[in-house]
Design a protein around this ligand. Structure first.
Ligand code: SF4
Length: 428
């Protein structure tokens, strides 16, 4: 039985208990959220997860890290290093988006290594295999859509993105769109390219019952991909994006009816003033399914800083109900990220999540802020390092670069506000 089916039968699983401990809530809260479909607990029955995570309404905002090879940079070892960096700096989930090398070997190895849920996009495998056989990227069969999904399920993947909302109707609209950047989703472009070439409905959609049956067998959490997400500031919130979202709303209902856990993916690139409306719309149309966003990227004019641009969007989106942030690295839209880029992207996303979690008075995040305030007041630099999201690395660097011999720091020296007020406020 899936976590959802067990939750509906009033059973609190071990995983629910462990995530409840992490969230500092009663396990019954987790069970009820999962039973209602407002939260998901991605865990393939074949994957032993040390630290399972539950994602959804009124819970801590979580952060996902993407790793994966490309044709020009396909070092398996480098991707393992990136995965380890992600685990060290607290990723709540990791997605393997490789498009070169031995995809299956890499997938299995990361699943084996990962203490957190692992996600993937199975359609990449079909496209990569086809390209490597000197065929077109979209030269694969209808059966491959299902075959790849099954293969990833067997390999222990916990959640999978399928671009199932890219239906014939949506693709028809694509032909008329006035968007500047038509599709920026790699999976969305492969699926719609395949549909246009073969003049067929999206097999993920036409065979959705088969997908549900495999997902139910392995307890795969479906992540309904947003193949039509806007990919530029000026393209935010248009008919194409919304038409796909309505399809996703229908698929959420079908997934839940089949006992399959489901979350929904969202934009993309959006102006700041459209974020709240997008989150509320998605939550309303999908009946509060957990919402997973990439970014949102709030300006396209800062290449090299997209991690910061996305963290701004991610913080705003989370304040309005987004549950799961996909990190973005500084290399986004420019090149395949290095391990250092993964680290920077993750830390910045974790900052956005911490800021939102603490302001919502989520227990762990709020306590961390409180401890940090005390550590700052006491000039307890070791404690400040321990509480820092980057494990104190930057703090240490700055302390060493510009040291100060007394209490306080070299910013104000003897005029340290904290020291002055402590000294005089208690009458010394
Ligand atoms: S010296 Fe200034 S910046 Fe440094 S801790 Fe004191 S008040 Fe803060």
């Amino acid at each position: 039985m899936t976590q959802l089916q067990q939750a509906r039968e009033n059973k609190i699983t071990n995983e629910m208990r462990r995530t409840a401990e992490y969230e500092v809530v009663d396990p019954e809260v987790i069970r009820q959220l999962i039973a209602d479909g407002f939260a998901v607990l991605p865990k393939n029955i074949k994957h032993n997860i040390d630290t399972p995570r539950v994602i959804g309404k009124n819970l801590d905002v979580k952060v996902n890290v993407n790793i994966g090879t490309s044709k020009d940079y396909s070092s398996f070892e480098e991707e393992i290093v990136k995965a380890k960096v992600a685990f060290t700096y607290g990723a709540d989930a990791i997605m393997i988006l490789s498009t070169w090398g031995d995809l299956r070997k890499m997938r299995r190895e990361i699943v084996e290594l990962s203490p957190v849920p692992v996600g993937s996009v199975p359609i990449y495998d079909a496209a990569v295999r086809s390209y490597r056989e000197n065929k077109k990227v979209i030269d694969f069969s209808e059966g491959d859509f299902i075959e790849m999904f099954k293969e990833h399920a067997e390999d222990g993947i916990d959640f999978m993105t399928i671009h199932v909302g890219v239906t014939n109707d949506v693709v028809k609209r694509l032909k008329k769109t006035e968007r500047i950047l038509k599709i920026v989703s790699r999976g969305g472009s492969i699926v719609s390219g395949w549909m246009l070439e073969n003049k067929l409905e999206n097999p993920f959609y036409s065979h959705f019952d088969e997908i549900l049956s495999i997902a139910s067998e392995y307890d795969i959490t479906l992540s309904l991909g947003d193949g039509m997400r806007p990919g530029a500031f000026v393209d935010g919130t248009d008919d194409l994006q919304l038409e796909e979202l309505f399809v996703l709303g229908e698929l959420v209902k079908r997934s839940r009816a089949a006992g399959v856990q489901v979350m929904v993916e969202g934009p993309g690139h959006l102006p700041i003033d459209q974020i709240e409306m997008n989150v509320r719309l998605a939550k309303t149309i999908t009946d509060d399914a957990p919402f997973f966003v990439l970014g949102p990227v709030v300006t396209d004019c800062a290449p090299g800083y997209d991690h910061i641009v996305s963290a701004i969007g991610g913080a705003i989106a989370s304040m309005h109900g987004t549950d799961f942030l996909c990190y973005v690295t500084p290399a986004e839209h420019v090149s395949l990220p290095t391990a250092e880029d993964v680290k920077e992207g993750l830390i910045v996303s974790k900052i956005a999540a911490q800021a939102v979690n603490a302001s919502r008075k989520r227990k762990r995040a709020y306590q961390r802020e409180k401890k940090m305030a005390i550590a700052r007041k006491e000039f307890n630099w070791d404690e400040q390092m321990k509480l820092s999201i980057d494990k104190g690395e930057k703090l240490k660097q700055y302390r060493e670069k510009r040291p100060y011999s007394e209490e306080g720091c070299s910013m104000c020296g003897p005029f340290c506000a904290i020291r002055i007020v402590e000294k005089y406020s208690d009458g010394k």
